[in-house]
Design a protein around this ligand. Structure first.
Ligand code: MF3
Ligand code: CO
Ligand code: CO
Length: 264
């Protein structure tokens, strides 16, 4: 599928979606504490989406089983869960790390953003994990400008992570975002032979989600019996940060950081 370039107007529509997604994540983050359940955090998103008239794009996201889609408004992934954790009655405990991932559509345009946050005091290795994953995303944002090959950015993200003896998950990558939550191109956080086959050059008007997934142990993952939750095979902690970004003539315009456009 071709990459769909967005006009200035469309990017502003996506920023509105991004602002809502940012605000919801802020609300959820403010409620992360020992004893709160992941279903309660999801409920904050559900209520807010309904209030502003936005649609959760994860809800009913199709699986290979007809009639059965993803069951919640957000993905909430605790500790060894990498992505696609289903909110449930699990209560958060001191020392947990929890990823909140909000993808939504508002007036026809999507935004997709995730953060990993600590629950109370966490181990120093988990602090490093959160820091390096966030730094990988920030590094990518700083490098984005027209003409750059994505693989050159992906390689730097991977190098940053691996220099601190963490690993980058290979099974999931970022993606174009627009009218749909998932569009081309694929936006990897690493470089390998497969990634190089779908490498691309950055152009103004591209809009995509960058979403590094980093783990403390080995990078292999498996899917739980709920057929959604992706966990590390070795049970060690995982982290995930995500922003939806537009490529402009001047560099990256982050659409999910709650800020107004810069340079205007
Ligand atoms: N927000 C996820 C992403 O970053 C997608 C969640 S949709 C699901 O791409 F249905 F797969 F959960
Ligand atoms: Co995404
Ligand atoms: Co997401």
């Amino acid at each position: 599928m071709p990459v769909i370039l967005k006009s200035r107007r469309e990017i502003e529509m996506m920023r509105q979606a991004g602002r809502i997604a940012y605000d919801i994540l802020q609300k959820m983050k403010a409620s992360v504490r020992v004893g709160v359940t992941t279903a309660e955090l999801n409920e904050i998103a559900r209520v807010e989406l309904a209030r502003v008239g936005a649609i959760a794009t994860s809800k009913n996201y199709p699986t290979y089983k007809p009639g059965e889609g993803y069951p919640a408004e957000t993905c909430i992934s605790v500790n060894e869960a990498v992505v696609h954790g289903i909110p449930d009655h699990r209560a958060l405990r001191e020392g947990d790390i929890v990823t909140l991932d909000m993808a939504l559509q508002y007036e026809g345009y999507c935004a997709d953003t995730a953060v990993t946050v600590p629950v109370g005091a966490i181990s120093s290795r988990n602090t490093q994990l959160l820091d390096v994953t966030k730094e990988a995303l920030e590094l990518a944002i700083r490098q984005i400008r027209p003409g750059v090959k994505w693989s050159d950015i992906a390689r730097q993200m991977q190098n940053l992570v691996e220099a601190q003896q963490f690993e980058v998950v290979r099974e999931f990558v970022g993606h174009g975002v627009g009218r749909s939550m998932h569009e081309d191109p694929k936006v990897a956080n690493f470089v390998n032979g497969e990634q190089l086959r779908y490498d691309f050059k950055l152009r103004p008007g591209m809009t995509f989600a960058v979403e590094p997934m980093v783990v403390t142990g080995r990078r292999e993952v498996k899917v739980l019996a709920d057929e959604w939750t992706v966990v590390t095979a070795d049970g060690k902690p995982a982290c995930h940060f995500e922003h939806t970004i537009a490529v402009t003539e001047n560099g990256a315009d982050v659409l999910t950081d709650g800020r107004e456009p810069w340079g205007l």
